[in-house]
Design a protein around this ligand. Structure first.
Ligand SMILES: Nc1ncnc2c1ncn2[C@@H]1O[C@H](COP(=O)(O)OP(=O)(O)OP(=O)(O)O)[C@@H](O)[C@H]1O
Length: 310
């Protein structure tokens, strides 16, 4: 039994219009996605804007309705009504992209971090204050921060408050949706490193959503690459960075800037080769609607879960 298993997940949004506001078609935001995550690991979901990453994360946690497919968490099917129990809702938490808008500006840090605790546990005021102060210390903020408001913190500190809130109920899985992309590059590494420390301390599993392959390389053990709602390729970090198979993945890898000047000529050559391959073999990888075709399995760990060209 896997820790988290997503099987052939589809999330379609109806397109409404016309005289009677009828359903005219569907946006296939997620169109047959499968992957699994082992406990304690970090799985990266990568793709450009609109590829369906956020919708996948929201569907797992129950914020988006699932059109078809299954989500199994520790063997429990989250798509069945019976499994939407309080304990599962405690076990999976989400961290959002924008620490500026995801924290209520009118609330003090005490109330922000205590909110999930109040939903699930009955603590006295004193116990609650103590718990929030412990959580703030865990994420590297002073216990006195409880009386402050979000605007009194820097971007990186606000994301730490978001993490404190997410770990308040001792979850097992955290879905981190672009957790550092709204932060200055100088602060990104700090937040990522601290997320890794917390992961070890609490044996957390991360589903890490990002459009930035550089960030994903730093964080993830396994990676799935999405394009227009479908999986293009998935594999270990080594598979994706050292032996990408799909032309879309190759283009993403080629676009990562290498700051080491010794690699510049090599990287330029790789980019030119990938661009040539893209132009020559586009039809081998994409259909007439621009949707991606899959490839056959490359190795046991490097699978591509797409319909094959045929
Ligand atoms: N509630 C909704 N109603 C209709 N369409 C939606 C809804 N949510 C998302 N979509 C559409 O589904 C597709 C996938 O969106 P999604 O936000 O999951 O992509 P993403 O890869 O996370 O992109 P981004 O990084 O920009 O958030 C997009 O075409 C988006 O417009």
């Amino acid at each position: 039994m896997g820790f988290l298993e997503v099987e052939d997940l589809k999330v379609y949004f109806p397109i409404k219009g016309g005289l009677f506001n009828r359903t005219l078609g569907n946006i296939k935001a997620v169109d047959g996605v499968s992957f699994s995550i082992e406990q304690g690991k970090t799985y990266g979901l990568v793709g450009e804007s609109g590829s369906g990453k956020t919708t996948t994360g929201r569907a797992i946690i129950g914020l988006n309705d699932i059109t078809s497919g299954k989500v199994l968490f520790e063997g429990k099917d989250l798509t069945s009504k019976k499994s939407k129990t309080a304990s599962v809702r405690k076990d999976i938490q989400m961290i959002f992209q924008d620490p500026y808008s995801s924290l209520n500006p009118k609330k003090r840090v005490l109330d922000i971090v205590a909110e999930p605790i109040r939903n699930f546990e009955k603590l006295s005021k004193q116990e609650e204050k103590k718990r929030v102060q412990e959580l703030l210390e865990m994420v590297g903020l002073s216990p006195e921060s409880i009386l402050k408001y979000p605007h009194e913190f820097s971007g990186g500190q606000r994301q730490r408050i978001g993490v404190a809130r997410a770990i308040a109920l001792k979850p097992k899985l955290i879905i981190a949706d672009e957790p550092v992309s709204a932060l200055d590059v100088s602060v990104q590494a700090q937040v990522l490193n601290f997320m890794q420390d917390i992961q070890k301390e609490l044996n957390l599993t991360y589903l890490f959503i990002s459009h930035d392959l550089g960030v994903v390389k730093h964080m993830c053990d396994e990676i799935g690459i999405m394009y227009k709602g479908r999986y293009v390729e998935q594999g270990t970090k080594q598979d994706i960075f050292e032996n990408p198979q799909h032309i879309y993945t190759k283009r993403l890898v080629a676009a990562i800037p290498d700051i080491d000047p010794r690699h510049r000529a090599e990287q330029k050559q790789f980019r030119e080769d990938v661009q040539r391959e893209y132009e020559q073999s586009y039809n081998d990888y994409f259909d007439s609607e621009g949707l991606a075709y899959g490839l056959q399995s490359v190795s046991d760990t490097h699978l591509v879960a797409l319909p094959e060209k045929g």
